[in-house]
Write a protein that binds this ligand. Sequence first.
Ligand code: FAD
Length: 406
Amino acid sequence: LYDVIIVGAGHAGCAVATHLRGYGFDGTILLIGEEPVLPYQRPPLSKARLTPHADPKPLELYPASVYADGRIELLLGSRVEAADVHARFVDLADGTRVGWRRLVLATGAAPLVPPLPGVELPQVHVLRDVQDAAGLAAAFGPRRRLVVVGGGYLGLEVAATARGFGTEVTVVEARSQVLARVAGAEVASFLERYHRSRGVVVRTDAQVQAISGMRQGQTAAVQLSDGTQLECDAVLLAVGASPRDALAGRAGLVCDGGIPVDVSGATAIADVYAIGDVTVRPVPQYGLRTRLESVHSANEQARRAAAAICGATPREPETPWFWSDQFDLKIQIAGIRTEADTAVVRGDPRRPGFAVFHVRGDRLRAVEAVNAPREFALGRKLISEDVPVSASALADSAVPLRDAVV
Ligand code: FAD
């Protein structure tokens, strides 16, 4: 019997284990992860660690000593098949049954695979874990052709990384612009142009109909609805991820596109918490309930769940933030843009080193920065402080940002 069992040893699961010790929790902790390697950071898998050279070792989240010193028992390469939230145990794939007093579900998300003919071909990849990354990167190199289906952040990061190895890359996007769902128009069109200038072929308004094998299965072809055939050595499906909430659903939690939780990660069932990509969480500053797939959100939820389990006072909710690296660009985003009414550009949006401030009334709601870390940092602070700002001052690079507060 463990005081806390955590299912899923990714960003959220590992963070809640360490935060529990940080809050002085003295009970026993078992962290169960299905992947057979020491827990690692996922973001580098589409960036620096997506490489065909040598053995791309993942970047560990913590050294092994952190688990040992923190008395965090790690059970890796082990899948939880079922959870009984009344009798309070979990069943592992090998038949072992382990009891708990509190359960934390941190099972993450899985890549969406669109129901298209041909997705089972060996040339077709998704990207979530270290094995996916190794398989995908093996197809990179000069005269190799990669088709990325989906022009979101993940797809564009892989496009940039693959280009860096000389790969011929085509990005296929169903909407009229890449990043249409996740970025403001200025940043989206800047990034689309930037990718084109680096040799990525970007096809927007393009629908994939099927993928088929070519040349006796040596290559694949992505067929678009306008009749175009894109022959290639590899295809990456990067069309989003879905929450891995089946275990929670079978345990009796009513899931709707994720496990619903409160600000502390508490679910509808006593002593059962859920954190990270698998959850639908409140974002109080924006009056929203949504899934936030980011390292920051996983860490923030982990900290708050740990505080709740320990009966400690949690920190104030934080402004969500996210980053993406593409070529020599660092894109940093804070806040949520969708409910803003004005986009204020600071700097020249045709070259790296600009920021877009999304304002609603006199409040800053979100900032998107491209190679503009100071604008990002200050913007994030102004969002958190919820102070009135002047849009004209935000737009004027000659006015120091902190003077934009009115
Ligand atoms: P995960 O990290 O996915 O961990 C969940 C773990 O649970 C997995 O290891 C899974 O195997 C395990 N698991 C699931 N079910 C079971 C079970 N039944 N039994 C045992 N184990 C189980 N975010 C950013 O903020 N910035 C970025 O630049 C960025 N880049 C990314 C690049 C890539 C390639 C990917 C895939 C994601 C990226 N993200 C980025 C998103 C970020 O990695 C996720 O938001 C974060 O990993 C969420 O943490 P999590 O713990 O909820 O899920």
